[in-house]
Design a protein around this ligand. Structure first.
Ligand code: 5J7
Ligand code: CA
Length: 550
């Protein structure tokens, strides 16, 4: 029999990435070189044939097997528990509060995952702005959200109730000048690029220059973003430290990562780092061989040197065009009828490569892409409509934003004393108090997460529009949603796709036993129902699904 020798080599490269595939070098004789694109993982196959014929067969079979492994292990699945969909970003929440939220709310109400603020040590900045957490000092897991023990316990408690954790990881850079000590007690001297808590020294960073021209990819990736000391991800020590940090989080049971400022890093370096990540921890319920889900922050609104397509071969991307387009549509700058082809036709990445959102922690403050059109909790009616559309539509992996209220764009989370983060309070209607907005606890949002779960796998069907801003569609025969963004009422008999019966509108109320606290809608044996949405309604949406049938 033939004997193969596999040796794994990592080759640094700056080539553009592609859809993952194995490529073979052109040589006719063994050893054959195989390369998994775009991860730059090379495998050498030494084939010792007993006869040239069988060696060719085994070679072909091996190629097929390796290609299968590459697909099965691709990091494009969020690793959700089956029947669950939708994640929430609990921006600046404390780990103990999140653990309780998983058990009391996220698990029971069907959320599949949560994104947490950066877990590693950050620079302590005066006034404690939210953005200090994007200024790393070390990879020690102590922040204002809690320490490593609390984080580990949170991940475990959330996994136990079916809610997966995704960590916002910041490794494009370390802190800028002025950040001389961190939340875990480490000191640093950014002015000399000294971060002993890791440790990183000046050798690990790119030479100082500033990013001013977004049409120059070299500058965007090799220079400093607003003075943040720019790590060289092509450096093997930097790779080792980052991989160690991410693998530590995988060991603790996380399901994936949001990669901050991915646009400012070379895709080929990211491919090397991702290629060295361990499989998810099976002790936390992940299937064996599961890879971390990776969604990369690449702000690509067009017109710049860097395109999101350079990143979609190695992970998903945060689809900022979705945020911009959905904001424009529900602000009335685009008619809802045009949403009929919502998806890649709008310039979005493929559905399984798009992490979609109405707003994020950055663009809700006008700091990031999308500008004035981004919808936030400050415009509740339009925000609920846009969120309902995102959650009802099958496109993308949706993320719900959960904010603290702010007036000033630098303002950090609510505190008890100016330093320590305050826990959210809860009102009898389940909404939050104490400065926490908790959009994820708004009925119109959490009930649409349940809608998405009920609709799981069902195609978009029965699209209807009135030629302007009244639309409706079904998800197979599982769920139906209608929107009215015109300044006159919607009163129409519409095809819901649903089985005959009476359903609770989960926007105006909740199903409570055999009754509904909001509007009830009767679907006839032909699937049609008379649908009404007043133009002066608080929300402008009506949603029905089979799990809210009365
Ligand atoms: C990067 C982009 O490529 C981009 O297109 C964008 O819109 C924003 C950024 C950006 O990313 C950051 C990532 C970090 O991890 C840390 C950061 O501090 C930033 C960051 O500052 C940043 O850009 C800010 O916002 C842009 C709209 C401005 O054009 C930039 O100049 C910058 O603004 C700076 O914000 C101010 O100049 C400076 O005075 C102020 O102290 C600083 C405050 O920090 C932030 O606003 C942090 C933003 C941030 C953005 C993110 O997308 C993110 O994931 C994390 C933080
Ligand atoms: Ca960089």
């Amino acid at each position: 029999m033939s004997i193969w020798q596999l040796s794994y080599l990592i080759a640094p490269s700056r080539d553009p990435p592609a859809i993952p595939h194995w490529s073979i070098d052109g040589s006719a004789d063994p050893p054959y070189k195989l390369e998994l694109w775009p991860f730059r993982i090379q495998t050498e196959l030494s084939v010792q044939p007993s006869s040239s014929r069988s060696s060719k067969m085994i070679f072909t079979k091996t190629l097929l097997a390796l290609a299968f492994v590459a697909i099965a292990n691709a990091q494009f699945s969020p690793n959700y528990e089956s029947g669950r969909n939708g994640m929430v970003h609990l921006f600046e929440w404390k780990w103990d509060d999140i653990a309780a939220e998983c058990e009391n709310f996220l698990g029971p109400y069907g959320y599949a995952g949560l994104q947490v603020s950066p877990v590693n040590e950050n620079a302590v900045k005066s006034g404690r702005p939210w953005w200090e957490r994007y200024q790393p000092i070390s990879y020690k897991l102590t922040t204002r959200s809690g320490n490593e023990e609390q984080f580990a316990s949170m991940v475990k408690r959330c996994n136990a109730v079916g809610v997966r954790t995704y960590v916002d990881v910041v490794f494009n850079h370390m802190a800028a000048d002025g950040g001389t000590y961190g939340t875990a007690g480490s000191t640093a001297d950014p002015s000399t690029k000294s971060f002993p808590g890791v440790p990183f020294s000046s050798l690990d960073f790119n030479p100082t220059c500033s990013i001013s021209n977004y049409n120059d990819a070299n500058q965007v990736r090799n220079c400093e973003l607003v003075g943040l000391r720019d790590l060289n991800q092509g450096n093997s020590w930097v790779q080792d430290k980052v991989v160690e940090f991410l693998n530590h989080l995988i060991e603790l049971g996380v399901a994936g990562f949001r990669v901050d400022a991915a646009k400012h890093m070379w895709p080929s370096d990211l491919g090397v780092i991702y290629g060295r990540l361990n499989n998810l921890n099976t002790a936390h319920g992940f299937s064996s061989g599961a890879k971390p889900y990776i969604f990369q922050e690449v702000i690509d609104m067009g017109g710049e040197a860097i395109s999101k397509t350079e990143y979609t071969g190695i992970g998903a991307v945060t689809e900022f065009r979705h945020s911009d387009s959905i904001g424009k549509a529900f602000r009335g700058k685009d008619q809802l009828q045009y949403l009929v082809n919502w998806g890649t036709a709008w310039g979005f990445a493929a559905s399984d490569r798009s992490l979609v959102f109405v707003d994020n922690h950055d663009n809700q403050r006008g700091h990031g892409a999308g500008g004035a059109d981004v919808l936030t909790y400050k415009v509740p009616k339009q925000y609920k409509m846009a969120s309902a559309f995102m959650l009802a539509h099958p496109f993308g992996v949706p993320r719900v934003m959960s904010s603290f209220s702010f007036d000033d764009t630098d303002q950090g989370p609510p505190t008890t004393d100016g330093t320590n983060i305050a826990s959210p309070g809860f009102n009898s209607d389940m909404s939050c108090s104490g400065g926490w907005v908790c959009e994820h606890r708004w009925r119109q949002i959490y009930n649409m997460v349940a809608f998405r779960n009920a609709a799981d796998g069902a195609e978009l069907q029965n699209w209807w529009d009135n030629g302007s801003n009244q639309i409706s569609f079904s998800r197979g025969n599982k769920a139906f949603v209608a929107f009215n963004n015109d300044n006159y009422d919607l009163n129409s008999s519409l095809q819901t796709g649903l089985p005959a019966g009476t359903y609770c509108d989960v926007i105006s109320g909740v199903k409570n036993g055999s009754s509904c606290t909001g509007k009830s809608v009767t679907v006839g044996s032909d699937g049609r129902a008379s649908i009404s949405i007043s133009s002066s309604a608080d929300d402008g949406v009506l949603a029905l699904h089979v799990n809210a049938k009365l």
